[in-house]
Design a protein around this ligand. Structure first.
Ligand SMILES: [Zn+2]
Length: 440
């Protein structure tokens, strides 16, 4: 894990910087001769979550940048003259035979309609680029009326690109999520190869998770405290330690670092806030089991307004809370957000297949929203990974659900890393090396 961790730290250290987000209000944007505020957003009836969340993030972005609130309807509604068509709607204008490759999208006008489509996740790229590449550059002139003439009338593919720098990071942790947990979720509802991270530019990286206790020969595998500390601080430590190194020194975590640079921060989890993973982004203590001490530290952070959004035990509201957290931190120039799904681990300890599958779907849904958010905010990086694997899950397609647990505890199996955004490409390169403090 140390290699991945040091890279994560490098990304975050190198990419946190300040970029002014041009914020509007009052500007009249004219597209095809009509004020953008008069357009209706149209999505397919019963559309997939990718398209639904792309449209939702588009409406949010337009409101954030222009102060305009657009209405969204499904294509069951009768067509009106000025429409923004997102995804494969039933409107004639949405029907194209242009073949799209990975990373590409279509953004064009057809009569009085604006058409936005994309390959896989990249429908959000069309939505984001409409605002980020066609409207935002013109806002800087400070005119009260802007005509957008830059949209092509031809359905020619565009390649989505991230901003030159990432100013913000969304870090998502599937607690206990090994490679087969992802596969089991896919085979039982998400769809084969449909876990959202598979579509990211970084989708083949694996992370080792052994803690310092394991490397010292004292424990068989990491616990969630040492793993969270490694992910949040870049240092391996002993099991049970939260934000503390083996010598008892306090380690700065990435949320604290981001905050010290002026970024907004948020922590969101389906676990209680004193759980080991969220604690890794909030607390410093030698034992994860002293929950009263952890709770006191969290209470202090909250009462001192040292965090912008914090919520535990969100369970089936994970996506709703992800939206709320991202809207809150979006108001700043940069942010760091940690989002954890804790029940992949909890249900794996119990060998509860249905529970794990439910948690995987819930995590995938929140991650899908975050993905479309990032495509609408290309200066944000998104990383999805796990702190360790739980339950020694193995593939056995002859059994119910297609997988079997072969242990009750955490393992040293590698865990997957999925990432998108400027800076995350280093995860595909030769890792940095950092010294590991050892008490041998
Ligand atoms: Zn864990």
């Amino acid at each position: 894990m140390k290699k991945i961790i040091s890279l994560l730290m490098a990304i975050i250290l190198l990419t946190f910087c300040f970029g002014l987000v041009s914020c509007g209000g009052g500007q009249k944007i004219i597209v095809n001769g009509e004020n953008l505020a008069e357009y209706t957003v149209v999505i397919p009836k019963d559309c997939d979550k990718i398209t639904e969340y792309a449209a939702e993030n588009f409406v949010f972005l337009v409101n954030e940048v222009l102060g305009i609130t657009l209405t969204t309807v499904t294509d069951e509604a009768s067509a009106v003259k000025y429409e923004i068509l997102i995804g494969e709607t039933n409107r004639e204008e949405s029907k194209t035979d242009t073949e799209l490759k990975d990373g590409e999208y279509l953004l064009f006008t057809s009569g009085t309609k604006i058409v936005m489509k994309g390959y896989g996740i990249y429908v959000g790229g069309a939505c984001g680029d409409f605002v980020n590449k066609h409207i935002k550059p013109m806002l800087e002139d400070g005119k009260s009326k802007i005509k957008i003439n830059s949209l092509s009338g031809e359905p020619a593919p565009h390649k989505f690109t991230f901003a030159d720098k990432a100013t913000s990071v969304i870090f998502m942790i599937g607690d206990g999520m090994g490679n087969y947990h992802v596969e089991m979720g896919e085979r039982n509802g998400i769809g084969m190869n449909q876990f959202i991270g598979r579509s990211f530019p970084i989708n083949k990286v694996q992370c080792k998770t052994a803690s310092l206790s394991v490397l010292n020969g004292d424990e068989g595998c990491t616990d969630s405290a040492a793993a969270a500390t490694a992910l949040s601080t870049g240092y391996k430590t002993l099991n049970e330690h939260i934000g503390i190194d083996l010598n008892g020194n306090t380690l700065l975590n990435v949320r604290e670092l981001a905050r010290s640079k002026g970024a907004k921060t948020a922590v969101l989890t389906t676990d209680v806030l004193t759980g080991a993973t969220p604690s890794g982004y909030l607390c410093h203590h030698t034992s994860r089991y002293d929950t009263e001490i952890l709770q006191n530290q969290i209470d202090t952070i909250i009462s001192n307004n040292e965090i912008d959004y914090i919520k535990g035990s969100v369970e089936d509201n994970l996506t709703v809370e992800t939206k709320a957290a991202l809207r809150t931190v979006s108001s700043g120039d940069s942010f760091f957000v940690m989002i954890e799904e804790a029940y992949i681990d909890k249900y794996s300890h119990d060998h509860n297949h249905e529970g794990v599958i439910h948690a995987m779907k819930r995590f995938n849904d929140a991650a899908t929203y975050a993905t479309e958010y990032v495509l609408c905010h290309p200066d944000v990086a998104l990383i999805i990974t796990a702190d360790h694997e739980t339950g020694a899950l193995v593939r056995n397609l002859g059994l119910d659900f297609g997988y079997a647990f072969s242990g009750y505890n955490h393992t040293n199996y590698t865990v997957p890393v999925f990432a998108m955004g400027t800076g995350t490409e280093v995860l595909n390169k030769k890792p940095l090396t950092i010294p590991i403090l050892r008490n041998s």
